[in-house]
Design a protein around this ligand. Structure first.
Ligand SMILES: Nc1nc2c(ncn2[C@@H]2O[C@H](COP(=O)(O)OP(=O)(O)OP(=O)(O)O)[C@@H](O)[C@H]2O)c(=O)[nH]1
Length: 307
């Protein structure tokens, strides 16, 4: 039996991992394998994906549309050799990935026969500034999609959400658009169980342009939350995305998930046992030349935090 692939794309911080988690929670015993691509060297997303019946494979420190394309094909081949085989495979691209390049690789005849690409889903942050609609990477992700899942509608008013949905549908008229608050999407749209997955056309590969860079910051010791907030406040204006796990002095034994996306920072306790020992690991993502590793270290140490 061929194993259908769901490809999840979307801009940095749009809500891809949140949506993949919701899908896996609804899987109801179906053996779904997840392949998760983190642009940064620290595999945060793979740790946040819980409940993949058939396991999570993490591809970190690069992008499956370019530097990690061989790793993706090898990973799929390994998943397809498993006994029993997964019933479906979800691939979450990194937010910097151009899905066209991933789709072209998935159209490799051997992969296509065994694991046809069934659905390309793009998660779109409804609350992102309107300027995002002109961003070439965003447009590439949007246009490649069969299904547009609009997240973060709760952060804007109803008429702005309707307006944004209209604009998105105009850019990609072929795609089905659904609102996906907190990553919630109807499973029958995600896995439509079509007889013959549709043929896709992709544009020729373009030379990859390095537009974003990531920085890892780690500390084996618990850090002061108040100091971190102070340091992060200085760094935030130059960042597109940040995420990571924090062990804090204020709450020993508790580990936090830190998220910065769409200009908003959140902190939530993680309820994973034994995780406090793992210290603090944060990935910062910025447009190239907006910030340096030394400036991140300097902001941290100025707030009294040592790596
Ligand atoms: N308010 C609100 N927040 C959301 C929604 N969906 C996701 N988020 C939040 O947005 C932030 C980023 O979500 P992720 O799911 O990690 O985004 P991502 O696209 O996987 O991020 P990258 O892989 O880094 O590109 C997190 O803090 C989520 O909790 C939503 O519908 N509403």
């Amino acid at each position: 039996m061929p194993v259908p692939i769901l490809l999840v794309t979307g801009f940095l911080g749009a809500g891809k991992t949140t949506l993949v988690n919701r899908i896996l929670q609804q899987a109801d015993g179906r053996r779904i394998a997840a392949v998760v691509n983190d642009f940064g060297a620290i595999n945060i997303d793979a740790e946040l994906i819980a409940g993949a019946e058939d396991g999570v494979v993490s591809l970190a420190n690069g992008c499956i549309c370019c530097s990690l394309e061989g790793d993706l094909l090898r990973t799929l081949a390994n998943l397809l050799r498993r006994t029993p085989r997964p019933e479906a495979i979800v691939i979450e691209t990194s937010g910097v990935a151009d899905p066209n390049d991933v789709i072209r690789n998935l159209m490799d005849p051997v992969i296509w026969r065994e694991a046809p690409l069934e659905t390309v889903l793009c998660v779109v942050d409804a609350s992102a500034p309107e300027a995002q609609l002109d961003d070439p990477l965003f447009l590439s992700q949007l246009r490649a999609a069969d299904l547009l899942a609009v997240s973060k509608g709760d952060l804007i008013d109803r008429s702005s959400l309707d307006e944004r949905c209209r604009s998105l549908s105009q850019i990609n008229r072929r795609a089905t658009l659904v609102e996906a608050p907190g990553g919630e999407v109807p499973l029958d749209l995600v896995f439509p169980e079509v007889e013959t997955p549709r043929e896709r056309t992709t544009r020729p590969k373009r030379p990859s342009i390095d537009r974003f860079e990531s920085f890892n910051w780690t500390s084996g010791e618990p850090i002061s939350l108040a100091a971190f907030q102070q340091a992060f406040g200085r760094l935030a204006p130059r960042l597109v995305r940040a995420k990571g796990f924090l062990a804090t002095i204020e709450k020993p034994g508790c580990r936090y998930l830190f998220q910065f996306a769409g200009g908003k920072a959140t902190l939530a306790p993680l309820d994973r046992e034994g995780s406090a020992q793992e210290g603090t690991r944060i990935v910062f993502i910025a447009e190239i030349d907006r910030i340096t590793a030394a400036e991140i270290d300097e902001a941290m140490s100025r707030a009294g935090i040592a790596s």
